[in-house]
Design a protein around this ligand. Structure first.
Ligand code: ACM
Ligand code: ZN
Length: 772
C-alpha cells in the first residue's frame, strides 16, 4: 500500500511537470536587436542552481560574473564557473578565431548551451541574447519564487550590420556623474550598442580634469546658476562672477568608466571641442582667444559662437596638444573626436595672429584657416597612433587627409566625405537627435524642438540609397546624439534615450531585410517590462493617441480619425462629458461629427486605459468644410492637412510638424473662404504660433475683408501686433471682431514679419481660421 502511494505521488509530480513544460513559438522570442539568423527547435534548457559555466580563459570570468549576479539576485544562486566540462546542465564558451569580432553562434539544447565566438565581445552579446530569452523576472532586483528559468532550444547566428553603434552624451550643458554614466553603459550593452561618445567640452562647462591646466575645471567646470530660466533667456555673466553650478569627472573617474565599459564591449570615445564651443576654456585661460577679452562661463545659450580659440597663436596648439596627451592617456579608444562644429570665425578675420598665419600659410578664407587648424591637430593625433573624428563642418575648407566625418546636418556631409573616400558615421539630426520631441509637444517635457518619434528612429539607415558600394563601405555606422541643454536630470536623460535606443539598435545591428515595425512594436512591449524592472525611466510617448480630420463638403461634417504610433492597437473613445472608462467605444472607423464635440480617447491594454488620455474639443464654426482658395500658397515643407486645413476644425499643437500647420516663408498669407450662402458673421479667429528659435513669428497684422460676389471686398476689421521678443514656444488666437453682417466670402490676410531679427526670412504658421 505504502509503495503504491509513492508511485502515485511520483506520477503526479511527473504529470504536473509535463503540463508545465513551456512550448515556445517564434513570437515568444523578443530579442532586440533582432538576431541575424534564428532557428527555433523543440524543447527547452532550464537554468538551475547546479548550472555550470565552462570557460576557456580567466578574463571570461569577469564578464560572466555580470550575468551570474543576475541569478544571484533573483534566485539566490551562486552559479559556478569551471574549466572542465560536466555531463550536462552547463553553458560553454568556445573560441573560434574564424568568426568576426562581436559575432557569436549560440546553440541551446536541453542538456547544454554552447556559445562560439572569437573573443569577449561575442560572448558578451550571446549572454545579452540569453538574458532576453529568459523570463523578464531576470531583470528584477529582488528574489522571486515560482519562476522557471527556461529558454527555448534554438540556434542563433548573429553579427552586427555596422561596426559603430553609438550614443553621444553631452556632459557640458548639464553635468552627469559617473554613476549615471555607468547606467547608460548598462543600457547600451543590453541593446548591443558599442560606442559611448562623451561630449566633454562645450561653452557651458569643461568636464574633464586636465592636470596641466587645473583652471579648466576649477573655473571652466562651473557656471552661474540660472537653471530657473529658459536656456535661451539666461543673462550674460561677467568674467569675475563665481560659478556654483556644474561639476567634472576626474581622470580616475574616467579610467574607472573606461574599464567598466570594456567589460560590456562599449568603447568610450572622448570629444574635446575645438575651435568653437569652448567658452568654458577661454573663461579659464583667456589667452587662448584672439583678443584675450576675459569672459565668464555662459549659463545658457550662446549664439553665434564667436569666443573661439585663436588659430594664429602657437600657444593654442601647445595647449591643445598637452590636453590631448592627457586625454589619450585616459582613453584607449582609437578615435579622438575634435568637434569642429559651428565656429563663427569673425575674430579670425581681424586678429593679427590669425591674419599672420593665413598669410604665412597662403590661406585666403577663414574656412581654410579652420581646415589648417584641423589638419594640424590631425597630424598630432595620427603621430600618437590615433585617428581624428570631427563634425561635418570639417569638410569646409578641405578635409584633413585621414579624418572620419560625423554627419549631423542631415546626410549630406556623410555622402560627400564617403565620396572623397573618408570613413563616415551617420548621425543625421532628422533621425538621430534624441534631444528632439518624441511625442505630441503639448504632452512632453520641454525639449529643444524637432520631432523624432520612435517609429521615425526605426526608419533610420546609415547607408543612403544613392551611395555606391564603395561609398557605402566607408559608412562605419550610426549614432544617436543627446544634447543636454534641456535635460537637467538623469531621469530626464533616460526618458530621452529609452525606448528610442532600442529602435536605433535594431537599425545598426540587424539586417535591413528583417526590419519590420509591426514585429518590433510587439517586441518593444516586452522590453518596456524589462525597463520597468530595471528602474529605467523610459518615455511612454508611444501610448499617446493623436487625431486627424477630413471634411465632407456635402453635409459639412467632419470625420475624425484616431491613431497611435503602433499599428493594430486597441483605441477606445467617448464623446461629450463622460470619462474614458465609462463605456468607451472601440475605435474602428473614423467618427462622423457635425457639431462641436468633446472627444476623449485612449490606448487600452487588457481592457484598461493606459497612457495619457487624448482630450480635444472639435470646434465647429461657420467655415468648417467650406471651400478655401489660397491667394498665396503655403510652403511645400508645411502643407498641414492640405486644401481644407484652415476649416477642418482640428487645431495644431506646439509641434509644428504635427500635420495641422501650414506655413509661409517671408510671405503673407491670404485666403478666401466661401461660405456658399450668405451667413451672419461677427468674428474671425486666426490660430497662430510663435517659436523664435526656429524663426517662427506671430503675424504682424491680421485683416478680414468680406464680399458677396467674391470680387469687391471691404475691410471688416484689422488688428496689428508688432514684433516682440519671446523666448517660449507659444500658441495664440488672433481674434478680429466686427459689426454683425450677412456675407458669403471672407478673405483673411495675415502679414509675415518682414525679416527675422537673425537676418534671414521669417516663418508665419497658421492652423485654423474660425468664422463665427
Ligand atoms: C551639433 O549638433 N552641433 C554637432
Ligand atoms: Zn586669432
Amino acid at each position: 500500500m505504502k509503495v503504491f502511494n509513492k508511485i502515485t505521488i511520483l506520477l503526479i509530480i511527473a504529470l504536473s511537470s509535463c503540463t508545465k513544460e513551456k512550448v515556445f513559438s517564434e513570437s515568444d522570442i523578443q530579442i532586440i536587436p533582432k538576431p541575424t539568423e534564428l532557428i527555433l527547435n523543440k524543447g527547452t534548457f532550464q537554468f538551475t542552481k547546479d548550472t555550470k559555466f565552462i570557460i576557456a580563459n580567466e578574463t571570461q570570468k569577469e564578464l560572466l560574473n555580470i550575468f551570474i549576479s543576475k541569478f544571484s539576485t533573483v534566485a539566490g544562486w551562486n552559479l559556478e564557473v569551471l574549466e572542465t566540462t560536466p555531463q550536462k546542465n552547463y553553458v560553454q564558451f568556445l573560441i573560434d578565431e574564424r568568426l568576426e569580432n562581436e559575432s557569436y553562434n549560440l546553440e541551446v539544447n536541453t542538456d547544454k548551451i554552447s556559445i562560439v565566438a572569437n573573443g569577449n565581445s561575442g560572448f558578451i552579446y550571446a549572454l545579452e541574447s540569453i538574458r532576453q530569452l529568459l523570463p523578464i523576472d531576470i531583470e528584477r532586483s529582488e528574489m522571486v519564487s515560482d519562476v522557471a528559468w527556461i529558454i527555448p532550444n534554438l540556434k542563433i547566428k548573429d553579427n552586427p550590420r555596422f561596426k559603430w553603434r553609438g550614443l553621444m552624451l553631452d556632459l557640458s550643458r548639464h553635468f552627469f556623474d559617473k554613476e549615471y554614466i555607468k547606467k547608460v553603459i548598462d543600457g547600451l550593452a543590453m541593446h548591443k550598442m558599442n560606442v559611448l561618445h562623451l561630449h566633454l567640452v562645450d561653452d557651458q562647462g569643461w568636464r574633464i580634469e586636465i592636470k596641466k591646466y587645473p583652471k579648466l575645471t576649477t573655473i571652466g567646470g562651473w557656471r552661474v546658476d540660472q537653471e530657473d530660466k529658459h536656456w535661451n533667456a539666461r543673462e550674460a555673466v561677467k568674467a569675475n562672477e563665481k560659478g556654483t553650478y556644474g561639476g567634472f569627472l576626474t581622470q580616475a573617474d574616467l579610467k574607472e568608466l573606461v574599464a567598466y565599459a570594456q567589460l560590456k564591449n562599449v568603447e568610450i570615445v572622448p570629444e574635446i571641442e575645438m575651435p568653437a564651443h569652448v567658452s568654458s576654456a577661454i573663461a579659464a585661460y583667456p589667452e587662448l582667444s584672439c583678443f584675450e577679452t576675459p569672459i565668464g562661463v555662459p549659463s545658457g545659450g550662446v549664439w553665434p559662437i564667436t569666443d573661439i580659440y585663436c588659430a594664429g597663436k602657437e600657444n593654442t596648439f601647445q595647449f591643445l596638444e598637452n590636453v590631448l596627451l592627457e586625454v589619450m592617456d585616459i582613453f584607449p579608444s582609437k578615435y579622438i573626436h575634435i568637434g569642429g562644429d559651428e565656429a563663427t570665425k569673425t575674430n579670425w578675420k581681424t586678429c593679427p595672429h590669425c591674419k599672420k598665419r593665413m598669410k604665412k600659410e597662403g590661406l585666403h578664407e577663414v574656412e581654410e584657416l579652420q581646415s589648417y587648424f584641423v589638419k594640424r591637430m590631425e597630424k598630432f593625433i595620427n603621430s600618437k597612433g590615433k585617428k581624428l573624428i570631427g563634425w561635418d563642418e570639417i569638410l569646409e575648407g578641405g578635409l584633413a587627409p585621414d579624418a572620419t566625418v560625423m554627419s549631423w546636418r542631415g546626410i549630406k556631409g556623410g555622402l560627400e566625405a564617403a565620396k572623397q573616400g573618408h570613413d563616415v558615421i551617420m548621425t543625421p539630426n532628422s533621425h538621430c537627435y534624441f534631444d528632439h520631441y518624441q511625442g505630441p509637444q503639448n504632452e512632453e517635457p520641454l525639449a529643444i524642438g524637432g520631432y523624432l518619434p520612435l517609429s521615425k528612429v526605426y526608419q533610420f539607415d546609415p547607408v543612403v540609397d544613392t551611395m555606391s558600394a564603395e561609398e557605402a563601405s566607408h559608412v562605419l555606422g550610426g549614432q544617436a546624439n543627446l544634447w543636454a541643454e534641456y535635460i537637467p536630470t538623469p531621469e530626464h536623460s533616460q526618458y530621452m534615450i529609452f525606448p528610442r535606443l532600442a529602435a536605433l539598435a535594431e537599425t545598426v545591428w540587424s539586417p535591413k531585410a528583417l526590419r519590420n515595425w509591426d514585429d518590433f512594436s510587439k517586441r518593444i512591449a516586452t522590453m518596456f517590462k524589462r525597463y520597468d524592472y530595471l528602474g529605467i525611466n523610459y518615455a511612454k510617448s508611444t501610448n499617446l493617441v493623436t487625431a486627424n480630420t477630413t471634411v465632407n463638403l456635402e453635409d459639412k461634417s467632419v470625420s475624425l480619425s484616431l491613431q497611435n504610433e503602433f499599428t493594430n492597437t486597441d483605441i477606445r473613445y467617448v464623446l461629450g462629458s463622460s470619462n474614458i472608462d465609462e463605456n468607451p467605444i472601440k475605435y474602428n472607423n473614423p467618427i462622423e461629427l457635425n457639431k462641436t464635440t468633446i472627444v476623449k480617447a485612449s490606448l487600452f491594454k487588457a481592457g484598461k486605459p493606459i497612457g495619457k488620455v487624448f482630450i480635444d474639443t472639435i470646434k465647429f464654426h461657420k467655415g468648417v468644410a467650406h471651400k478655401t482658395e489660397y491667394l498665396t500658397l503655403y510652403s511645400n515643407s508645411y502643407q498641414g492637412a492640405g486644401a481644407y486645413n484652415m476649416v477642418n476644425s482640428l487645431r495644431g499643437t506646439k509641434n509644428f510638424h504635427d500635420g495641422q500647420w501650414q506655413a509661409w516663408l517671408g510671405e503673407d498669407m491670404e485666403i478666401v473662404i466661401d461660405l456658399e450662402n450668405k451667413e451672419e458673421i461677427s468674428e474671425v479667429i486666426l490660430g497662430s504660433m510663435e517659436n523664435q528659435g526656429p524663426d517662427i513669428y506671430f503675424p504682424t497684422s491680421v485683416s478680414v475683408f468680406v464680399s458677396n460676389d467674391g470680387n469687391s471686398y471691404k475691410e471688416a476689421g484689422k488688428i496689428e501686433r508688432p514684433f516682440q521678443h519671446n523666448s517660449k514656444a507659444e500658441l495664440r488666437d488672433f481674434r478680429i471682431k466686427f459689426k454683425e453682417q450677412a456675407v458669403r466670402f471672407v478673405k483673411v490676410r495675415a502679414t509675415c514679419l518682414e525679416k527675422s531679427p537673425k537676418g534671414g526670412r521669417a516663418w508665419l504658421f497658421v492652423d485654423e481660421i474660425l468664422i463665427n
